[in-house]
Ligand binder design. Structure first.
Ligand SMILES: *[C@@H]1O[C@H](CO)[C@@H](O)[C@H](O)[C@H]1NC(C)=O
Ligand SMILES: *[C@@H]1O[C@H](CO)[C@@H](O)[C@H](O)[C@H]1NC(C)=O
Ligand SMILES: *[C@@H]1O[C@H](CO)[C@@H](O)[C@H](O)[C@H]1NC(C)=O
Length: 195
């Protein structure tokens, strides 16, 4: 007589046990994530254009020749996270037109480190839309040319011996003013980061 009833309690006990185990596992995983996050305390990466120069800036009809030389500071404020930059490309834009680009050397950035990246790049006979060439001519005559520098990188994070998979990093440095024709000092520019 007691058979089916006790079997029922038995199975519901087992169900409860599985449920509690699941909850315990979820809580434990949550705690691990929270503690890991508190220990690592990830901070945003900071990029700054520290200097910029252009030379040989010539505009003929709608074709541009120019050489650029930029110095970018990549700052990793994290005390427990290091970074692999497995590939990096730097681009120079004017009015959303790409006018030059450069592939940079991959590097490893230790924890809490600032690394300066220099790149020299050239745009040769770059064809520009009429309106863009016109604006550029006006800005050149004024002595201030406003560019945008963009970086595209594939990065991995390293915490202790653990390495993450790849992430795409995009950096936008807008309103970077260069003065091709004068000795005016360059104004540093902090960039926006998108991971
Ligand atoms: C740009 O450089 C190329 C190669 O040196 C030259 O043929 C061309 O005329 C130059 N264009 C301008 C706008 O200076
Ligand atoms: C940052 O790391 C690079 C590469 O390991 C090293 O050459 C440089 O001295 C470091 N800079 C600072 C400020 O620690
Ligand atoms: C730019 O340089 C040229 C000579 O290379 C000079 O004739 C011109 O006056 C300069 N323009 C400005 C705005 O400094």
């Amino acid at each position: 007589m007691a058979g089916p009833a006790s079997r029922r309690t038995g199975s519901s006990n087992a169900g409860r046990c599985i449920l509690f185990t699941l909850i315990a596992i979820i809580v434990l995983l949550g705690l691990i994530v929270l503690i890991t996050w508190l220990v690592i305390r990830p901070k945003k990466l900071v990029y700054t254009i520290e200097s910029g120069k252009a030379s040989g800036f010539e505009l003929h009809k709608n074709h541009l020749n120019a050489s650029f030389h930029f110095c970018l500071k990549a700052y990793n404020p994290n005390r427990r996270v290091a970074l692999y930059y497995d590939s990096i490309q730097a681009f120079v834009f004017y009015d959303d037109q790409r006018i030059a680009f450069q592939t940079l050397e991959p590097f490893f950035q230790p924890r809490h480190n600032a690394t300066r990246l220099e790149f020299k790049t050239m745009g040769q006979s770059v064809a520009l839309p009429n309106s863009v060439a016109k604006d550029l001519r006006l800005e050149k005559a004024s002595g201030d040319i406003e560019l945008e520098i963009r970086l595209k990188a594939r990065i991995r994070f390293k915490v202790g011996v653990w390495k993450s998979s790849h992430y795409n990093l995009k950096v936008f440095c807008s309103n970077v003013e260069i003065h091709p024709n004068s000795t005016r000092t360059f104004k540093q520019k902090e960039c926006d980061v998108d991971t």
